[in-house]
Write a protein that binds this ligand. Structure first.
Ligand SMILES: Cc1cc2nc3c(=O)[nH]c(=O)nc-3n(C[C@H](O)[C@H](O)[C@H](O)COP(=O)(O)OP(=O)(O)OC[C@H]3O[C@@H](n4cnc5c(N)ncnc54)[C@H](O)[C@@H]3O)c2cc1C
Length: 409
């Protein structure tokens, strides 16, 4: 009989993993707690327009190939980026006097990164050198790469990946590999989803055998013959293995080793507000002066990177009631000269599950890797890989081949 695998979490990670596992011949059930699958892939529509409350873009040719394989429409488009001050005045990404220094830093970068290639090229987190467990900022200072912090910081903070002074260097460097970095400096075309990121989820869901919506996993417990019981409000079911793609409450996992690992994951609050504007805009604007402030406008972008449109999306960090948050964002937008008519959708998210530099130094990911498959429990997706669609797609394919190849059936 085919092995039955439970996948916990029906976001991009869970669905893509289920897709690869089914292709390898496994019988897979995906459990999603919401009425809607997709997690951070979440498109909302307004008349003929749409905007993304979560995932907006991709970068790699490998992702494009995967999207084509699924039948998802995607195109390479320019995302015109700029940096604005509080009154909407244009600022330089780096000051003219810093340019020569930055070029020199970029030249030195490959040599500085050379000793870390094993960790940087690994799928997921493996053998992280101690030097990369300090904050990204202190690593840059140690290597005299100060301008690099200024170029990276907006992309780390505005997308909820963390502040340079807090985020361990390994996370920043994995995300901002040289391809991604160059796409931020040059005006390079990036992947936009023609019908919205939700189409990725729809196409995946159409291909999967058993996706359960509105079915939160409330318990994962040992069963007889080394099997695993998945508990949900609908009832209990046994599987040969369970792959967890989201942070779960300690009480949910009734395997002490895995439960204690799960406790280390941290997440931060992150908010996305979608507005209908009184004018059409075509912008992707960073408000760097707000990067340290909760509830303030950090990034504002229009829904169509190549054509002016009436939908504007605002990003802000922090755990604030929506009424308060909206008042702050409204004021920031007004001051910068944007004419919002009304808020039409918003989402309060949690950012990516990460651990502290000290935990990484103390071998957190080595423990996770050692425990993969112990008692039939696996950690995957955003728990073990930097969570962009580009990185996750490659990682999940390798993960499926490594732990669930057809000959292990
Ligand atoms: C605002 C924002 C914008 C982003 N933009 C981009 C972008 O442009 N490009 C990019 O590549 N990445 C982007 N990301 C990162 C993005 O989150 C990842 O690329 C990817 O969507 C993560 O998918 P995931 O499945 O790992 O996690 P999630 O999307 O968090 O999905 C987890 C799923 O698990 C479900 N779940 C949770 N608990 C349970 C439970 N107990 N039982 C059952 N189900 C459960 C949740 O409901 C959710 O559906 C963005 C993130 C944010 C916050």
């Amino acid at each position: 009989m085919k092995k039955r695998i439970a996948v916990v979490g029906g976001g991009y990670s869970g669905l893509v993993l289920a897709y690869f596992l089914e292709k390898a011949g496994y019988t897979v059930t995906v459990f999603e707690q919401e009425e809607r699958a997709g997690g951070h892939c979440y498109t909302v529509f307004h008349k003929k327009e749409f905007c993304e409350l979560g995932v907006v873009l991709g970068t790699s040719e490998a992702l494009m190939k995967f999207l084509r394989q699924l039948g998802v429409k995607a195109e390479y488009k320019y995302f015109h980026r700029n940096f604005l001050g509080p009154d909407g005045e244009k600022l330089a990404q780096i000051n003219p006097h810093e340019i020569a220094g930055f070029q020199e830093q970029l030249k030195r970068l490959p040599k500085i990164l050379a000793p870390y290639q094993a960790a940087l090229n690994a799928q997921g987190w493996e053998n992280v050198p101690d030097a990369l467990t300090q904050s990204f900022e202190s690593w840059c200072i140690e290597n005299k790469l100060q301008t690099l912090i200024r170029v990276y910081a907006p992309h780390l903070v505005a997308f909820g990946f963390g502040k340079s002074s807090e985020i361990p260097a390994i996370y920043a460097l994995k995300y901002l590999d040289l391809l991604t970095l160059s796409s931020m400096i040059e005006a390079r075309k990036l992947i936009a989803f023609t019908n919205g990121a939700t189409e990725i989820i729809t196409k995946l869901a159409q291909k999967l055998e058993d996706l359960r919506l509105n079915t939160p996993v409330t318990g994962i417990a040992p069963a007889e013959y080394h099997r695993v019981t998945i508990e949900t409000p609908v009832g209990n079911e046994e599987f040969d293995a369970a792959v967890i793609t989201v942070p779960l409450n300690r009480q949910v996992i009734k395997f002490p080793d895995h439960a204690s690992l799960m406790e280390s994951y941290q997440r931060k609050h992150y908010n996305v507000l979608a507005y209908v504007a009184r004018e059409n805009y075509r912008i992707t604007s960073y408000f760097s002066h707000n990067f340290d402030k909760d509830g303030q406008l950090m990034l504002l972008f229009s829904s169509k990177p190549d054509k002016p449109g009436p939908l504007l999306t605002a990003y802000a960090a922090g755990d604030l009631p929506i009424k308060e948050l909206k008042a702050l964002i409204d004021a920031d937008m007004k001051q910068a000269g944007y004419k919002a008519e009304r808020l039409f959708a918003y989402k309060q998210w949690q950012t990516f599950p990460h651990v502290t530099g000290t935990e990484i130094k103390n071998g957190f990911y080595d423990q996770v890797n050692t425990r993969q498959g112990q008692d039939g429990i696996y950690f995957s997706g955003s728990l073990t890989c930097f969570p962009t669609l580009d990185k996750l797609t490659q990682y999940l394919n390798d993960f499926a081949n490594r732990y669930f190849s057809p000959d292990q059936l």
